[in-house]
Design a protein around this ligand. Structure first.
Ligand SMILES: [Zn+2]
Length: 57
């Protein structure tokens, strides 16, 4: 298992983010502080990528 680095929440700056399993092969990064969510993807890595890209924008 590779380590996945998640950037802090783009909305509230919280580091309390986690990757949540939505359903079969669907993952999503969510912020536990403000409940912002990234896009759902088929892998944790992709979900993290989407989340991290959002932070950069
Ligand atoms: Zn947040």
């Amino acid at each position: 298992m590779s380590e996945i680095n998640l950037k802090p929440c783009p909305h509230c700056g919280s580091f309390k983010t986690c990757i949540r399993t939505m359903s079969y092969f669907r993952f999503k990064v969510i912020c536990k502080t403000c409940f912002a969510a990234g896009g759902a993807r088929f892998t944790k890595e992709e979900a993290a990528k989407v989340w991290n890209r959002r932070v950069m924008a």
